[in-house]
Ligand binder design. Structure first.
Ligand code: SME
Length: 161
């Protein structure tokens, strides 16, 4: 396992600060993927998938850092990304080669974590991370990414001012 609580705390503080004055969701997401990919070397692909407002059975690729992916639109019935929506919880896959649900983005990817984002209790998208390291993600990564998702959620919530 790889961990770095100080790095996590610093990223959360910077994302929270940026979110206070972010112009829109895309700029907040761009900031998140840039800072996360830059500061956490084992986060080799960092991106958002958001449910298509016109077709809530499909996830659409948003801002990301890392290799280009063919998976620009993912049916919620497919992939680890789909499982996270279906289950409504964070999914950690320590070894993607042994999980038949996995949709390959890069041949280098060894492990993955997907964290749902909710607004008013409803899933609207997710943060997806791939690592070239086997078993890269643990409970600290989960807690960190769920805090990132909470900041995006707060930014989008109707009470946000
Ligand atoms: N691996 C994901 C697909 C997205 S790419 O990793 C960027 C999945 O299994 O849903």
């Amino acid at each position: 396992m790889i961990s770095g609580q100080a790095a996590f705390d610093g990223i959360i503080a910077d994302i929270r600060e940026f979110s206070q004055s972010a112009e829109n969701l895309i700029s907040l997401q761009e900031f998140c993927v840039a800072i996360i990919a830059e500061r956490l070397p084992y986060y080799n692909w960092v991106g958002f998938y958001m449910l298509d407002p016109d077709d809530e059975r499909t996830l659409v690729l948003g801002p990301f850092r890392g290799a280009r992916t063919d998976h620009v639109r993912i049916p919620v019935s497919e992939g680890i990304c789909g499982v996270a929506v279906a289950r409504g919880e964070t999914i950690i896959v320590p070894d993607v080669s042994s999980d038949s649900r996995y949709l390959a983005c890069s041949l280098e990817t060894k492990s993955e974590i997907v964290v749902p984002i909710r607004v008013l209790g409803k899933i609207i998208g997710e943060i997806d991370i791939d690592s070239h390291t086997l078993d890269a993600f643990d409970g600290e990564d989960k807690a960190f990414l769920e805090k990132c998702a909470d900041i995006v959620q707060d930014f989008l919530s109707p009470s946000h001012v």
